[in-house]
Design a protein around this ligand. Structure first.
Ligand code: CTP
Length: 234
């Protein structure tokens, strides 16, 4: 019996400035870890790409540590052919220092202007290759917005070809409970005030399980692997 495959990105990226300094953010990876735990308990094959945070990896989850956005881009591209669903919770730095300075940069008189260049958008890159022979993969993103949240989250859902986007605010970084807006493109949004990340993970996996069943069910109806769709639903 071949279980469905879930790829999760979680935690911050870390973009080196020199050998001792870096750009990063306060993401804890909690949301992604909660989804990984629920999916593993359901019997899914779970690949968790986790940035540099201290965390207990749930039993049965395949852990892929990463540091930079470029590492994460390469890792997710490599795993992509086997993936049925992708949940992107990682707080990826959109910019990185143009070059990594070898050693530790010394102080010098005056200011220092650090030149930043754009990083890859991992979710957007993978969404360009959404379809495989079983149909479209299921893509879930998290839109972190400090203003005009819902409208901006809907825009990201279209741009990144998402089946679901969870809109949330910077106050949700690193804490166990937060306010979210659940947005499926084309549907009215649903407010989820003060929901725990553990409960949100359960709801997410119900949604993804149903969607993957439809995707894999299509394959089963084509005379392939029926057992897969039964597992996705459980
Ligand atoms: N994401 C990603 N790679 C990036 C940036 C974001 O995979 N370089 C993913 C996040 O994991 C999240 C979604 O894209 O699921 C939206 O991330 P967010 O930071 O809210 O938005 P951005 O697309 O980066 O746009 P902006 O920073 O302008 O709000």
């Amino acid at each position: 019996m071949k279980p469905p495959v879930l790829l999760i990105t979680a935690g911050p990226s870390r973009e080196p400035i020199d050998d001792v300094r870096y750009l990063s953010n306060g993401a804890s990876g909690r949301m992604g870890l909660a989804v990984a735990q629920v999916a593993a308990e359901k019997g899914w094959q779970v690949h968790l790409a986790l940035g540099p945070v201290d965390a207990q990896i749930p039993a049965g989850v395949i852990h892929h540590p990463f540091e930079t956005a470029r590492d994460l881009d390469a890792l997710t591209a490599q795993l992509w052919p086997q993936v049925d669903a992708f949940v992107a919770t990682a707080a990826v730095c959109d910019y990185r220092p143009q070059e990594r300075i070898p050693g530790k940069k010394k102080k010098a008189p005056g200011d220092w202007n650090l030149q930043l260049v754009r990083n890859p958008d991992i979710l957007e890159n993978r969404s360009k290759d959404k379809e495989d022979e079983n149909g479209p993969r299921i893509l879930v993103g998290f839109a972190l917005e400090s203003q005009a949240g819902e409208e901006e989250a809907r825009r990201k859902a279209v741009k990144k070809n998402l089946d679901l986007v969870l809109c949330n605010s910077p106050g949700n970084l690193g804490v166990a409970t937060g306010d979210y807006i659940w947005i499926e493109p084309g549907q009215p949004s649903i407010d989820l005030p003060a929901i725990s990340k553990d409960l949100l993970a359960v709801k997410l996996m119900e949604f993804i399980g149903t969607q993957v069943t439809l995707r894999r069910g299509h394959r089963a109806s084509m005379g392939n692997d029926e057992s897969v769709s039964q597992q996705a639903q459980s």
